[in-house]
Design a protein around this ligand. Structure first.
Ligand code: ADP
Length: 654
């Protein structure tokens, strides 16, 4: 047995319009949210990378700056230290000692001047000179020049005062005579008795150093104790101040003429943030600084964002500072951040795609499993149903068999009953039949006797006539017994087109004797063309014999009381039916008879006259032929029985 599998019907939810809208918007909203998350995470990643890269870049810049700072500090220190012992040596020189001992001796002065001149030119210093205790220059290397220091009062110069008070000093200043910036190294000159008699001063120019810085790619400077930039590779910044000088400081510098009336403009830089040292985590003196585009003569590298790193120079009150540009590093950090952002975005996209694929695969697997489960459930159900159906089929077949058997039994019983009914009818009419037969028999007897005598007399004509009459009588008797034999025949034929009038004729023939004895009038109405019914002629005949018999029975009393019984018979077409009505003029159906009319063994007739099977069998026969039998009282009295049978339409088409 084959079964067709159909996919299980999944009932769909029918949400309200509000939730439908929500369902429609939810995927869009989720997509938007996912996009925002994606962008946010990419930006966050980029930002984090930027932070790290910036930090790393700044640390790199810081390391480079630190190295530069160390390098510059070393070279500066070397440059200064080169002349460190120089004033001390000058102070010990005999000619110097001599001129201080005899300041008015011009020969000694000349000697000292010459010595200092030679010394200065050999050592490459700006100038070397000797100052007495009152602060006046006694001898100088530039004694030949018109702007010679000789005779000048330098007592106001701090380095002179420093040397006279403490023995030696270092000082950066701008020369009052030639306005030349330089580094002053001083040493006290002691007399043979150990008294301070003067100061030996060596002025070293640092322009060479500055020149070597000029090739540096970023600003470098040295600021002194007053925060004045005394050396710088940015010319515009020279003699500018890192911080604003107050009035007192200005007055002091004015009086010492340290910077020889230079304007000392403040640079006005704003420090952005102190940076932490990578190793210690403490503030390492490095600071971020932003410098706006400077004057036109400023080098291009002197503007932008820088890292400021400073270092105190040992043995001096100076601070060496370098600025390292951070722009390139920052740009690099930015580029790295962008690349990282893009890479993160791509990774996220790939991850999302991977996740979607995994999810899809999982869903597919789950769906397949559900389908397999449903299939398994369905298959088990189908198996169960098949088993049930097979069981039901077997039971049904068994039942059908039983029914067929029961039907056969029933039909046999019915046939037996019909036959019994017939026999009952025959029993009822046997008296009339005997009577009918007795008459011709008696006539035969008489005719036979007469014929014998006429034969003896030789009256052959009369004998012939008698023999003819006898033959007629035997024919009549044969007809009577033949009809009875036909009626009593047990087996019936198959349904066929039967002309109802002919069936009625046969029934009337069976009852002919009885009708004749009762003196009943039979009124017949027929249709033209004759009405044909699809039925078994023998059975219909039996029904009609029953109905006619009952009609005659009902009018029995009328005959006794002298009224002539009357039976009205009609064959007609009634829609799809072939119809025969049998009407009598008797008392009609009693109330009891009307309600039990077709029940078997219901009879109101005295015992021996009726079995109560006639109408019940007739109704069964009508039903088996596809028709029906109805019984009612006529409004004008008497009972009317109507037999309806399937019509065989013989009417010509209009
Ligand atoms: P039976 O004739 O053996 O009594 P039926 O089945 O033929 O059995 O009839 C049942 C009963 O119906 C009758 O006993 C009678 O009372 C009633 N009956 C039948 N036909 C008529 C009729 N034409 N007029 C009055 N009563 C009838």
């Amino acid at each position: 047995m084959g079964y067709t599998m159909t996919a299980p019907v999944v009932s769909s939810l029918r949400p309200g319009s509000g939730s439908r809208t929500l369902l429609r918007f939810r995927p869009r909203f989720r997509l938007l949210l996912a996009c925002l998350c994606w962008l946010g995470l990419s930006a966050l990643g980029g930002w984090a990378v930027y932070q790290g890269a910036e930090q790393a870049a700044l640390e790199e810049v810081q390391d480079a700056g630190r190295n530069r700072l160390a390098l510059y500090a070393t070279s500066l220190q070397r440059e200064i230290d080169k002349y460190a012992f120089f004033p001390g040596i000058v102070a010990l020189q005999a000619d110097v000692q001599a001129v201080l001992a005899q300041p008015g001796n011009s020969a000694l002065q000349r000697k000292a001047n010459t010595y200092l001149e030679q010394l200065s030119s050999r050592a490459g210093t700006l100038s070397v000179y000797l100052v007495d205790r009152s602060g006046h220059v006694l001898a100088s290397s530039n004694w030949r020049r018109p702007d010679s220091f000789v005779g000048e009062d330098l007592s106001f110069r701090p380095y002179v005062q420093q040397a006279l008070q403490g023995g030696s000093g270092r000082y950066f200043g701008i020369g009052t005579t030639r306005g030349e910036p330089g580094y002053y190294l001083t040493s006290t000159v002691h007399s043979g008795e150990g008294q301070d008699v003067g100061v030996a001063v060596v002025k070293v120019g640092l322009a060479q150093l500055e020149q070597s810085w000029a090739t540096a790619e970023s600003p470098v400077w040295v600021s002194d104790e007053n925060s004045v930039l005394i050396l710088s590779n940015v010319p515009a910044w020279r003699f500018a101040t890192l911080t604003e000088l107050d009035a007192a400081q200005r007055a002091r510098l004015e009086s010492s003429q340290q910077y020889n009336r230079r304007s000392l403009k403040p640079l006005g830089w704003k420090l952005e943030q102190p940076l932490e040292d990578r190793g210690t985590g403490q503030v390492a003196g490095a600071q971020l600084l932003h410098i706006a585009q400077g004057e036109q003569d400023s080098p291009a590298f002197s503007s932008g964002q820088f890292l400021l790193q400073s270092k105190a120079l040992a043995g001096t009150p100076w601070t060496l500072s370098v600025l390292s540009p951070t722009q390139a590093s920052m740009q690099l950090a930015q580029s790295r951040a962008w690349v990282a952002g893009v890479v993160i975005a791509l990774i996220l996209l790939l991850a999302a795609q991977f996740y979607q694929r995994r999810k899809h695969a999982r869903e597919q697997l789950a769906a397949r499993q559900r389908l397999q489960q449903a299939y398994a459930v369905l298959e088990s159900k189908v198996e169960q149903r098949t088993a049930d159906l097979q069981a039901a089929n077997t039971a049904l077949q068994q039942e059908v068999g039983e029914r067929i058997q029961a039907e056969a039994t029933l039909r046999a019983a019915q046939d037996e009953l019909v036959h019994a009914g017939k026999l009952a009818v025959i029993g009822q009419i046997s008296t009339e039949v005997a009577h009918e037969l007795n008459q011709p028999l008696a006539a035969l007897r008489t005719l036979a006797g007469n014929s014998q005598r006429f034969l003896e007399r030789g009256q052959h004509e009369v004998v012939r006539s008698n023999l003819q009459r006898m033959a007629d009588l035997t024919d009549r008797m044969g007809r009577i017994t033949g009809q009875l034999r036909n009626f009593a025949r047990k087996s019936f034929g198959k349904p066929a087109a039967v002309e109802l009038d002919k069936a009625l004729d046969a029934a009337l023939a069976v009852l002919e004797a009885r009708i004749a004895r009762s003196g009943a009038i039979v009124v017949r109405k027929s249709a033209s063309p004759p009405v044909m019914a699809w039925c078994d002629a023998g059975r219909v005949e039996q029904v009609l014999v029953n109905l006619l018999g009952n009609a005659l029975d009902s009018m029995q009393d009328q005959a006794l009381s002298g009224r002539r019984p009357c039976v009205e018979l009609e064959c007609a077409r009634n829609q799809q039916w072939a119809q025969i009505t049998v009407r009598d003029h008797g008392p009609g159906l009693s109330e009891q008879a009307a309600s039990h009319l077709f029940e078997p063994f219901f009879t109101t007739k005295p015992e021996g006259q009726g079995l109560g099977l006639g109408l019940s069998l007739s109704a069964n026969i009508a039903q088996a032929s596809g028709g029906m039998l109805q019984g009612r009282n006529h409004p004008e009295g008497g009972a009317v029985f109507t037999l309806l049978l399937p019509l065989v339409d013989t009417q010509p088409l209009a």
